[in-house]
Design a protein around this ligand. Structure first.
Ligand SMILES: [Zn+2]
Ligand SMILES: [Zn+2]
Length: 72
């Protein structure tokens, strides 16, 4: 039985200059990488503020570009 996980694309982008949306603190926010959990399907970050608020952000990766084979 699998939980209905949200797609990473629906998460806000990862930013190093973002504070807590609840208390406004931009420091002492724990960030840890997670790639497989019941909440989100894909690579993403978990943020946990000291105030207890927690949220998710997706990786700031660029969309996968098509691979072009070397000519010749
Ligand atoms: Zn906070
Ligand atoms: Zn997760």
């Amino acid at each position: 039985m699998r939980a209905h996980a949200v797609a990473v694309a629906s998460l806000p982008p990862f930013s190093n200059q973002r504070g807590c949306p609840q208390c406004g603190a931009s420091y002492e926010i724990r960030v840890h990488f997670d790639r497989d959990c019941a909440l989100v399907s894909g690579d993403h970050f978990h943020r946990v503020c000291r105030c207890g608020h927690r949220w998710l952000e997706r990786c700031s990766e660029e969309p996968t570009a098509p691979v072009t084979p070397p000519a010749g």
